[in-house]
Write a protein that binds this ligand. Structure first.
Ligand code: COA
Length: 196
């Protein structure tokens, strides 16, 4: 029996993957639910167990409210298939402006179609126009896909960051020895009318 070979419609005759007709545009208020749900598929707690950032509706809304100029979506056939959410940082006493691309994600079935590359390029152009001199990204150390992508996009000089933890449960059980709870705080004298 002849084997039926299904052609991947995204592969061109020369064997290279075709670039899907994706539009990159600024994220709008109506996009928030779709971006949030796409992110839910990509940034699950086990895949991105980050302590200082979690993917939740507040995260998307707060980027939209504070940094909508730096939030982009990739859209094809009226569907959002990727997003880039970032910000810029200016530090006191530093003439340099930094950009931070915080969240970047592309729907599974459109991976390796250069959607993320186009989102990143768009983000980069925008922050450069705004005067940013350095662009930061971060990723879990074992997120090989993201690291391969960022490396390919020219990022380098990786710096490690280590999280430490202390279990505070035991501490909560014991009353603090330096605080005498039975002692009443001295009561402030009743307010008097200002002198003069
Ligand atoms: C990382 C991510 C955004 C990349 O998106 P993408 O659209 O598939 O990436 P691109 O197609 O633009 O990749 C461009 C190049 O990066 C490199 N690259 C991307 N994914 C890669 C992978 N899985 N393995 C090796 N190299 C990879 C390749 O060189 C690729 O070019 P090529 O396909 O012509 O070889 C996507 O995998 C993703 O959404 N991951 C989950 C979320 C995440 O981890 N985000 C990053 C941290 S916020």
């Amino acid at each position: 029996m002849k084997e039926k070979v299904e052609k991947d419609s995204r592969v061109a005759a020369n064997g290279k993957k075709k670039r899907p007709p994706v539009t990159i545009r600024q994220m709008e208020i109506d996009d928030l639910p779709e971006v949030f749900h796409l992110g839910e598929e990509l940034f699950t707690a086990d895949r991105v167990p980050n302590l200082y950032r979690t993917w939740d509706p507040y995260e998307v809304v707060s980027f939209y409210l504070s940094d909508s100029d730096y939030c982009f979506v990739a859209e094809t056939n009226d569907q959002i298939v990727g997003f880039a959410l970032g910000t810029t940082i200016s530090k006191p006493r530093s003439a340099w402006k930094y950009a931070h691309l915080v969240w970047l994600g592309v729907r599974d079935d459109l991976r390796r179609s250069h959607v993320a590359e186009r989102l990143l390029e768009h983000f980069k152009e925008t922050v450069v126009e705004e005067g940013a001199r350095i662009l930061f990204v971060d990723s879990e150390a074992d997120n090989e896909t993201a690291l391969a992508f960022f490396k390919k996009m020219g990022f380098g000089n990786p710096k490690e960051h280590i999280y430490l933890s202390l279990n505070l449960k035991e501490k909560r059980k014991k009353p603090r020895s330096d605080v005498n709870l039975s002692k009443k705080r001295p009561v402030a004298p009743p307010a008097t009318s200002p002198p003069g």
